[in-house]
Design a protein around this ligand. Structure first.
Ligand code: ZN
Length: 506
């Protein structure tokens, strides 16, 4: 999917963090060069599709041949520059600002374009570093951000995002001849560690500029309550008459459960569900976004999605979603409560009580949420079930499946996620490119949603673990984007599966 990239990182610290991160993000596509000791005239630069400049020490400013960089852009080169060298070479005022009053420094999006894809004008993305350069949640009393002041906009120069601290520019695009320079504060945010506020999206705009990181993702400015989320679902259904909002019955706290239905129910059903473990909440926004995209463009990527029926339940556990718990209002882990192999699930505790981890309930399908979801599966006999969870990127396969179809979906997912995002494994783990390489089999029957569906004959029932459980909405562009990509991978392969089956090829 991606074009062949050859990226040059021009820096005075070639082994530094940014080089390590870029290698993870674009494996075997990055050359690192120390500009203080290597010739980097325009002839050298022209061997690359992209040039990134990053000065770690201001003393080295004079050693970076910015005239060559600009010349390279003139000829069609694509440049990403940190703000310092951009400001100094354009005679602009450079500013490094510490935030008082614990205001989290953010960039406010000023223009919607390929670089800011995923955001709307006025959206704010937190953007800062901390003095200790460690986990920013611990050091948020000393936050800072860099800006360029006094940028004059014109035909060539556009401020893409401004600072919420001082209205300075945090991201500027300059068209230079046939190419362009994206000047961006890449020095303030540290590595995008798990649940970081200031750095989560560090490589997102750079990624958009270089290779289209975001295709379908969308920023949602606020973490919604269940009731507010349902209102969003209603608003979406009001906007798109083909989208039906269906009441499914009351859940364990008495509130109504809602699903989207889209397309002809006589066609084969794709079931997408989120947040059955309520605290695994981000994926719900991805499913909301999916519904929106399928309405806006039923022929998305040239696929005729009207040949399928979609049943989407973004929040399968309303109480848990509101209370940031795994269980429902009665302390039951719904994904251990399904009426399949329920008796087999061991519950090793001294005394088994509600709210235990994995508490499976008093009997199989004792919970209203479970009954509702089982009812949907029984009625629609879905071709595909995807149940979205949050841990760390893995696809779980059930005891019964069409290996070929699930294999094709898996391959399709892997292809789509390639070279798009960088993320740290939760709780201090390693950094890696966001991927779905890992796969695991649940060959022992278990009372899970997806194994229940498989047992009922669904050929492609899988559980997808994403990354998340963050404390706010700052990673939602990445989350929504990857959830949509994964769903579309399933749509694509299921369309071709049903086509082949109709022709009797399977
Ligand atoms: Zn889960």
């Amino acid at each position: 999917m991606a074009k062949k990239r050859k990226i040059l990182l021009l820096t005075d610290g070639p082994g530094a963090r940014m080089g390590v991160d870029l290698d993870l993000l674009y494996p075997e596509q990055v050359t690192k060069m120390d500009f203080t000791s290597n010739a980097h005239d325009v002839k050298v630069l022209r061997k690359f599709t992209h040039v990134i400049t990053a000065i770690g020490s201001g003393e080295n400013l004079g050693k970076l041949d910015y005239r060559a960089v600009t010349e390279y852009a003139k000829g069609g080169g694509q440049v990403v520059s940190c703000l310092f060298e951009y400001a100094k070479n354009r005679s602009l005022h450079f500013s490094k600002t510490y935030a008082a009053d614990r205001i989290r420094p953010a960039m406010r999006i000023a223009v919607e374009c390929d670089v800011t894809s995923g955001y709307a004008v006025g959206d704010e993305a937190w953007w800062f570093g901390t003095v200790a350069s460690g986990a920013d949640t611990l050091y948020e009393n000393q936050m800072f951000q860099r800006q360029v002041m006094g940028v004059l906009e014109g035909d060539k120069v556009t401020i893409l995002a401004t600072s919420n601290l001082n209205e300075g520019a945090v991201m500027v695009e300059e068209k230079v001849g046939k190419g362009r320079i994206l000047a961006l504060d890449l020095m303030s945010p540290g590595r995008p560690f798990f649940n970081s506020h200031g750095a989560t999206n560090k490589y997102l705009f750079l990624g958009n500029f270089i290779g289209g990181s975001i295709r379908y993702g969308k920023h949602y400015p606020k973490r919604l309550t269940y009731d507010e989320f349902v209102e969003e679902m209603m608003n979406l259904a009001d906007l798109h008459p083909q989208l039906e909002l269906e009441p499914e019955g009351p859940c364990s706290d008495g509130r109504e459960m809602w699903s989207f239905s889209l397309g002809d129910p006589k066609r084969q059903t794709m079931y997408f569900g989120g947040a059955i473990h309520g605290w695994e909440w981000e994926n719900s926004y991805g499913l909301l976004r999916l519904a929106e995209l399928l309405c806006l463009n039923p022929k998305i990527e040239g696929m005729d999605t009207t040949r399928l029926h979609f049943k989407i339940m973004p929040i399968q556990n309303p109480w848990g979603f509101d209370h940031f718990t795994r269980q429902n209002a009665r302390g039951v882990d719904l994904n251990r409560n399904f009426d399949f192999a329920w008796a087999n699930l061991p519950t090793p505790q001294d005394v088994v009580v509600p709210w235990d981890y994995n508490y499976k309930g008093a009997k199989a399908a004792s919970e209203r949420e479970t009954q509702i979801i089982q009812g949907i599966i029984d009625r629609h006999k879905p071709l595909c079930v995807m149940d979205f969870h949050t841990a760390h990127y893995i696809l779980l396969r059930p005891h019964k499946l069409d290996e070929k179809l699930v294999g094709a979906i898996h391959t399709q997912i892997k292809r789509r996620l390639k070279d798009r995002y960088l993320c740290q494994r939760p709780y201090g783990g390693e950094y890696q490119q966001v991927n779905m390489e890992r796969i695991a089999d649940r060959s022992t029957p278990m009372p899970y949603l997806f194994t229940y569906a498989a047992e009922q004959g669904c050929p492609a029932a899988v559980l997808i673990e994403m990354s998340g459980n963050r404390d706010d909405v700052h990673a939602l562009v990445m989350n929504t984007d990857t959830v949509v990509e994964i769903c579309l991978a399933a749509v694509k392969e299921c369309l071709s599966y049903s086509k082949k089956r109709k022709k009797g090829l399977r």
